[in-house]
Design a binder for this molecule. Structure first.
Ligand SMILES: [Ca+2]
Ligand SMILES: [Ca+2]
Length: 337
């Protein structure tokens, strides 16, 4: 641990092995029955701002291509009933002459960039640089990330909305959603600071290492104009591989608590500034996380923290807190699990 006294976080070398998210319903709260909505609010499938015959033609071509491969493509399910058929075309035709929103146009842009993974075989997803970083969780499936995504959640990392960095993949091996993670600056209790919180000079020094993260500094990323866009929090997330090879997460740990967990596959978590050699340990991550359920229409909304139909019988994410108390800031930001 002494080596860590003057450590410099090397964000580009950090390797996150697990991540997770949750947004569960309050116990006892009756939620209204919700139906999924189409990805687009107006049938501007070309994304040029208005609906004309080109959009209908693109929708028809999308249906033909999907059905030729025996696939369902959520983006082209305009009446959001889980089937691609003439009813989608008829509904879209009612939009002729309408103008779309900036969010619709961004959805088209995202689908044009990322839609290729929707029905991609799991082996091909791996060949594209993605690997699972945690076992499947209820409402999430498994989280898969590529190296770009891992860099984004490492200290100092930022996410790129124009890059595919994280995928939610269900137990059938199908990509059901996209996610992005972005590193957050942790705030700790500090009686000498205005408001009682400070960074305690993280990531330098040692004062913060035995303190629990109480809040994040600043704001989450903002990728769209949608008021529904939500990024939730993950604080003090400790990623290890247990003795039997199972990846495990422990949330709301302090950095030093995190280092106490057994880990058969430690990662480089810092660089010795004198020798330049990596310091191995347990990854301890603080991040914002945003979902885009683009490939499986979510009744809770495209940006929701969880999807009720994805692997509902998998283990709940709440287990990763190990009973530790969750600070109010994180309860308010859907990080209560
Ligand atoms: Ca159009
Ligand atoms: Ca449909």
């Amino acid at each position: 641990m002494k080596k860590l006294l003057s450590m410099v976080i090397a964000s580009s070398t950090l390797l996150l092995t697990q991540t997770a998210t949750a947004n569960e319903t309050m116990p006892g709260m009756e939620m209204p029955h919700m139906e999924p909505h189409a990805i687009l609010s107006v049938a501007d499938y070309t994304g040029d701002g208005k609906v004309n015959r080109r959009d209908i033609a693109k929708l028809v071509r999308g249906h033909i291509k999907a059905r030729a491969h025996g696939n369902y493509v959520a983006f082209y399910d305009y009446n959001a009933d889980g089937v691609l058929n003439r009813h989608d075309i008829a509904l879209a035709a009612k939009d002729l002459g309408k103008t779309s929103t900036s969010v619709d146009q961004q959805m088209v842009s995202w689908y044009n960039k990322f839609g290729y993974v929707e029905n991609m075989a799991i082996e091909d997803i791996q060949d594209n640089g993605f690997n699972p970083v945690i076992i499947p969780l209820a409402g999430h499936g498994a989280h898969w990330m590529n190296q770009e995504g891992i860099a984004a959640v490492s200290p100092g990392g930022i996410s790129d909305k124009n890059s595919l960095q994280g995928l939610n993949i269900d137990l059938n091996g199908k990509a059901v959603g996209i996610f992005w993670g972005e590193s957050a600056v942790p705030l700790f209790a500090d009686a000498s600071a205005e408001g009682g919180l400070s960074t305690l000079d993280w990531p330098y020094g040692t004062a913060w290492m035995n303190e629990r993260v109480q809040a994040f500094y600043g704001h989450s990323p903002k990728f769209t104009d949608s008021v529904d866009e939500v990024w939730h929090t993950h604080a003090g997330l400790c990623a290890v591989t247990e003795a039997d090879g199972t990846p495990a997460l422990h949330q709301h740990t302090t950095f030093l608590e995190c280092q106490q967990y057994e880990n058969i596959a430690p990662d480089p978590i810092a660089v010795n500034p004198e020798t330049g050699e990596p310091i191995m340990g347990n990854l301890w991550v603080n991040m914002w996380m945003g979902h885009l359920w683009m490939f499986n229409l979510n009744p809770e909304g495209i940006f929701a923290g969880t999807h009720p139909h994805v692997d509902p019988d998998a283990i709940p994410e709440s287990s990763i807190n190990d009973g530790r108390e969750v600070p109010m800031f994180f309860m308010m930001n859907h990080g209560e699990h």
